[in-house]
Write a protein that binds this ligand. Structure first.
Ligand SMILES: [Zn+2]
Length: 279
């Protein structure tokens, strides 16, 4: 995969003969991009670092594999992983409407792809792919600590195993029921909507679609919900970037969609527009 190198001048220990035995997975714990992080660590002593930063769009390498990044040092350890024998990946985050940080499915997929490459390159055993939490009990990467199943799925995907139906189908909008299930799953993730994932767009769904309607405003709404709407627009033959951000192009595309479907043209993705988008 493509990896952008923006190697730091500090925040690492130069090494020429270390053995790489572990891969440690983190999340950034703040909203930022991979490039932002690379700049942050580039020239100033921060007392911390990681080898790779991954976001929705790219992978940026900050510390060379052969060198030691400062990502999981501690006084007490619960795993054999140390800075000296491991590689590290930091996943960037976005903020959900409830204020909690989460890792998007695109960022997760990219981190998985990168992990697969590193595992193969350095012959790292799958049991040696660990969370920062497993090493020092730090709550990192938080969404994968709170939800053990999410971490189990991450590990399964590393081994190419299929996971639970919902996560496997997350980006598969091939039939109506799957599309509604993906939408329900996404609403639960982004807004804690507590919808049953049953593939049927009933009154509870309509109510949630109305409550969390999407429209163009500044700052723009950016979440998985927008990404799902974008995927469905493209499925229906429109052409928008799947970047999870509801900007002016999204507004005009939704208006076009509404006009073509002969419903009220307001640029808002509420209940009626959502139902039509999933059809
Ligand atoms: Zn961490």
């Amino acid at each position: 995969m493509e990896i952008i190198k923006d190697i730091t001048n500090t925040n690492r220990t130069i090494s020429n003969n270390r053995k790489i035995e572990y891969l440690v997975i983190h999340y950034v714990g703040a909203v930022s991009t991979a490039r932002n992080n690379a700049s942050y660590f580039k020239n100033t002593y921060r007392g911390a670092s990681a080898h790779y930063f991954v976001d929705d769009n790219e992978v940026v390498q900050v510390v060379e594999d052969k060198d030691i990044a400062w990502h999981c040092g501690n006084d007490v350890y619960y795993s054999g992983a140390r800075n000296s024998n491991s590689l590290s990946i930091e996943m960037c985050c976005y903020k959900m409407s409830n204020g909690n940080l989460n890792v998007s499915s695109d960022t997760e997929s990219r981190a998985i792809e990168l992990s697969k490459e590193l595992i193969q390159k350095y012959n790292i055993p799958i049991e040696n792919v660990v969370r920062h939490y497993d090493v020092t009990h730090k709550n990192c990467p938080a969404p994968f600590v709170t939800d053990e199943e999410k971490w189990n799925n991450f590990k399964k995907k590393l081994q190419g195993e299929s996971t639970s139906e919902e996560s496997q189908d997350k980006n598969n909008d091939s039939n109506y029921e799957k599309r509604v299930k993906n939408w329900q799953d996404t609403m639960n993730l982004d807004y804690n909507s507590n919808l049953a994932i049953d593939g049927s767009f009933g009154p509870a769904c309509r109510e949630q679609a109305l409550e969390h309607y999407l429209y163009y405003k500044i700052p723009t709404i950016k979440n998985e919900h927008v990404r799902l709407v974008q995927r469905n627009l493209n499925r229906l033959g429109y052409n928008v970037d799947v970047d999870g951000s509801f900007g002016p192009i999204m507004e005009s595309t939704i208006k076009k969609f509404q006009e073509e479907n002969q419903i009220e043209v307001d640029g808002y993705v509420g209940a009626e527009t959502t139902e039509l988008l999933l059809k």
